[in-house]
Design a binder for this molecule. Structure first.
Ligand code: SF4
Length: 454
């Protein structure tokens, strides 16, 4: 039996319980650019997006959310806003009076990045008290204005304190969020939605499963927002999102979803809707059949009856991911109407990190913090490096969150200012603020210098 989560209202959209799984996306305009942001939201709304998130970096941007809302209402567009806040409780408090939901990251809401690598029990306790003290004003505002809060944990941005206690693990992600949940509950605040995101699909799935188990053990169940971060673009990104989001939906887990694509924001919505159509039934679906049984080495074979290419991509990604989670696979064969689709099998194996046939790209969807055209930059990087089988390259929009969130990438190509990029070898800064006109060539040189150019 699948347990139902509490229902949390985000404006007119109800999330959780028996409500239909909702779609959301994020603007990538500057939040001070009222017209540009309004136009982008209009497109998202017309594509069927039900909730929109905006970057809010400072009080000025938080204030401008009012103007964006006024302009949208003149155009008869009523869509709930989520203010995306990092590092700054004061900004969250201003935004919470204007928007329907505030997203905070427990990894950086109060705990700041520091060089500290160990914490005594006393220091840990003191930090949790400090979080409670800093969170209280936001909770009071949210109660008064009926604003929801998303406690959004990301695999790449856990605090040093959590890393010390649990490591960079699914357990660490879950505990980081639950510390905040317990504080909210102490203040009798329950307008909570939770998310566990990672660019690594198995981590995203296992952290969400663990979160559900932990919440149920504690006797509560808040709604979940699902997403695979930094998935990149094209089929590879859609496969990762289908595998991560779809597998959880097929288990009856998840109440609202975002498919992150390094493409135009509106491209996210049709795919998200399709995932919901195929798997958002709010019940645990049977495991798919592996048509040749499990053999050694573990090869799964999935057979479909002439379904569309989009359904094939989604269903095969979800079916294989669910089987792989049960018993680890080494290979995959996909048949559609009797014809084998080797390209899709290779893409799925690569998306799940089982077998690499080309370079792997971790790329953020961009947001108001991005100061270059990330879609173009990702394409430029790919054209030069796609043959580097198994090499992981991160293309990220900003240094604020990009470094932590580029996961286990071998190289990072990270926006550091207007039309400027910094290059990283793993998480080590190698070259700072290069013009984007020469940055791809410099990346190639860096890869060659480290003997990774094959
Ligand atoms: S890495 Fe930076 S630019 Fe990219 S989505 Fe995250 S916050 Fe925005």
């Amino acid at each position: 039996m699948v347990l139902k989560s509490l229902v949390v209202r985000v404006g007119d959209t109800a999330i959780g319980g028996d409500n239909v799984v909702s779609t959301q996306s994020m603007t990538n305009t500057n939040t001070l650019d009222t017209n540009g942001t309004v136009e982008q939201i209009k497109i998202l709304y017309n594509t069927g997006c039900q909730i929109v998130r905006l970057t809010v970096r400072n009080v000025q941007e938080a204030d401008n959310l009012k103007n964006i809302k006024v302009e949208l209402s003149k155009r008869k567009i009523n869509i709930p806003f989520v203010a995306d806040v990092h590092f700054n409780p004061e900004v969250a408090e201003v935004a919470a009076k204007i928007v329907e939901k505030v997203r905070i990251n427990p990894g950086n809401y109060v705990d700041k990045r520091s060089e500290k690598t160990s914490f005594t029990k006393e220091e840990d306790k003191k930090e949790i008290q400090n979080i409670s003290y800093r969170l209280k004003p936001l909770l009071e505002i949210c109660k008064k204005y009926k604003t929801a809060i998303r406690i959004g944990t990301n695999h790449g941005s856990l605090s040093e304190r959590i890393l010390f206690k649990y490591g960079n693990t699914a357990k660490g992600m879950v505990e980081s969020a639950l510390e905040f949940v317990e504080i909210c509950r102490d203040f009798d605040f329950h307008n909570i939605i939770l998310s566990m995101k990672s660019s690594h699909v198995p981590t995203m799935i296992s952290s969400n499963q663990l979160l559900v188990t932990e919440m149920q053990k504690r006797g509560y169940y808040y709604p979940l927002h699902l997403g695979v971060t930094e998935a990149g673009d094209g089929d590879a990104a859609r496969i990762k999102s289908a595998a991560g989001i779809g597998s959880l939906l097929a288990e009856g887990i998840g109440d609202t979803i975002r498919v992150s694509l390094t493409e135009k924001p509106e491209n996210e919505i049709p795919f998200a809707k399709k995932l919901i159509e195929n798997y958002g039934k709010r019940k645990r679906l049977e495991l798919p059949k592996n048509s040749i049984g499990i053999t050694e080495p573990l090869e799964y074979s999935l057979s479909y009856k002439n379904i569309s290419s989009e359904d094939l991509l989604i269903n095969a990604s979800v079916d294989f991911c669910r089987l792989h989670f049960k018993i680890k696979a080494k290979s995959l064969r996909i048949l559609n109407g009797g014809a084998e689709n080797k390209t899709l099998s290779d893409e799925i194996l690569q998306a799940l990190g089982i077998k690499y046939t080309k370079a792997e790209y971790i790329a953020c969807p961009s947001c108001g913090r991005t100061l270059f055209n990330i879609i173009e930059e990702l394409e430029k990087v790919r054209q030069k490096t796609s043959h580097l089988k198994g090499l992981k390259i991160a293309v990220m929009g900003c240094i604020v969150n990009g470094i932590g969130e580029m996961a286990e990438a071998d190289y990072g190509y990270v926006g550091s200012g207007p039309e400027k990029v910094s290059l990283y070898k793993s998480k080590q800064l190698v070259k700072k603020n290069i013009s984007i006109t020469s940055a791809v060539d410099e990346l190639v040189e860096l890869i060659k210098k480290n003997n990774d150019w094959k």
